[in-house]
Design a protein around this ligand. Structure first.
Ligand code: HEC
Length: 114
């Protein structure tokens, strides 16, 4: 008898999880047209920063919703060595200024985590 509320709760939870998952997929879609070179980089960035710009690993920062100017500055600083990180430096080194701008806009327009 009193199992019904639990079942309803689980049903509601399943809905929340399902819609959360669907949201993650849709917000993972590029918000604007990216050049092929930049689009090809995204799966690599996503491996650490999450497909939707929200990382699932504590030491890897979220990028979704971050200010594009800030993201661009960090990428330029990683590239020049002004910001030192053994993981990010080789990621930023091959990026052109145009790629940095495009990646920064891309992550900036993604939905930030709540
Ligand atoms: C192997 C994992 C890995 C990959 C791949 C990776 N990153 Fe990172 N990224 C990190 C880590 C770790 C940091 C934090 C560095 C630190 O502690 O200073 C970081 C930091 C950053 C930051 C600074 C964030 C902030 O809040 O200051 C930006 C921007 C960034 N990454 C962009 C990118 C982009 C764009 C790509 C793809 C071209 C990428 N990353 C690929 C691991 C990764």
């Amino acid at each position: 008898m009193n199992r019904f509320p639990l079942i309803r709760l689980m049903g509601a939870l399943a809905c929340v999880l399902a819609s959360g998952g669907a949201q993650a997929v849709s917000s993972g879609a590029p918000p604007q047209k990216l050049s092929d070179g930049v689009a090809a980089l995204l799966p690599m960035c996503a491996a650490c920063h999450g497909i939707d710009g929200v990382s699932s690993i504590g030491l890897y920062p979220n990028l979704a919703g971050q200010k594009p100017e800030y993201v661009a500055k960090q990428l330029r600083d990683f590239k020049s060595g002004q910001r030192s990180d053994a993981v990010m430096r080789p990621m930023a080194e091959p990026l052109s200024d145009d790629m940095i701008e495009a990646l920064s806009r891309h992550f900036g327009t993604m939905k930030p985590p709540r």
